[in-house]
Write a protein that binds this ligand. Structure first.
Ligand SMILES: Nc1ncnc2c1ncn2[C@@H]1O[C@H](COP(=O)(O)OP(=O)(O)OP(=O)(O)O)[C@@H](O)[C@H]1O
Ligand SMILES: [Mg+2]
Length: 259
């Protein structure tokens, strides 16, 4: 049974690699239209938690539910189809394709999911609609003037934006962002912060993000989870997390080179 407006739920999720307990008994809940952050020191298990949610890893313990359905054990493609999109800590784009085609391909993937055959050719009206939607997404991200450039030729901050545009093209209900502000300067980080709020409000979407930039996290998160050595050591509002002695000791109190 699905709880009222719960979109994503992790129940006792555990991921062990040999002797390394990367994620240990992690419980999490993300509701519709919520912005939730996952923070913690390097190596705490944040990306591994994302990989368990998106089907890259099958958790060695526990389970993940999305929209009331168990998704742990499903493939990344199946999970994307159910409505979870993500970006990666190390940007993953089709580097030798144009900016436009990077987003259009994601649109095609979405279209093939809603049509019955992956080999079915899309009719002209459908193709035109997808091209218009791609152009709209690029405009929204300030990328339209770069549409014909190769993805790899974009500056780093714009590549990150392109990755978000591509994730949005699959029309997810939940967007996972793994360090979206990594490598961004303070102005780009502030623009991204504003944009994440816009995404949530415009698309009525939930956002779950890993981030080391605490300004960004504290400004926009409805709730925050803190991982340390694979274990969740705290969860709560920005104010609660900022004043939690355990979090200060494990993470916030130390100078972080990524912050
Ligand atoms: N495929 C794997 N095989 C073995 N160990 C792994 C694997 N993936 C991650 N780990 C280990 O799991 C732990 C958590 O790594 P993870 O990448 O999830 O951390 P993180 O919190 O995302 O860190 P960062 O902030 O540096 O990105 C680390 O000790 C890492 O070495
Ligand atoms: Mg990581």
């Amino acid at each position: 049974m699905k709880e009222s407006n719960t979109l994503l739920k992790a129940e006792h999720v555990t991921m062990q690699f040999g002797g390394v307990m990367a994620v240990n008994d992690f419980n999490l809940c993300v509701s519709e239209r919520e912005i939730v952050a996952l923070i913690g020191p390097n190596g705490a298990g944040k990306t591994t938690a994302f990989n368990c949610i998106t089907g890259i890893y099958k958790p060695t313990g526990g389970r993940v539910l999305f929209d009331g359905q168990v998704i742990s054990g499903k493939s990344p493609d199946q999970i994307t189809r159910l409505g979870i999109a993500r970006t990666f800590q190390n940007i993953r784009l089709f580097h030798h394709l144009s900016v436009f085609d990077n987003v259009l391909i994601a649109k095609h993937m979405r279209a093939k999911q809603t049509v019955f055959s992956a080999t079915l050719r899309l009719n002209r009206a459908e193709e035109r609609r997808m091209r218009e939607e791609t152009a709209a997404l690029l405009c929204e991200q300030g990328l339209y003037s770069h549409r014909d450039e190769m993805a790899s030729s974009l500056p780093y901050g714009l590549q990150r934006r392109l990755e978000i545009a591509r994730a949005l093209a699959t029309e997810p209900k939940l967007l996972l962002l793994d360090e979206p502000a990594a490598g961004m300067n303070p102005q780009e980080t502030q623009e991204l912060t504003d944009f994440i709020k816009v995404i949530r409000d415009r698309y009525h979407m939930a956002i779950f993000m890993i981030e080391h930039h605490m300004d960004l996290v504290m400004q926009i998160s409805d709730r925050i989870y803190v991982l340390d050595f694979g274990c969740c050591i705290a969860s709560g509002s920005a104010a609660e997390i900022q004043h939690n002695p355990r979090v200060i000791e494990a993470y916030l109190g130390v100078e972080d080179e990524n912050a």
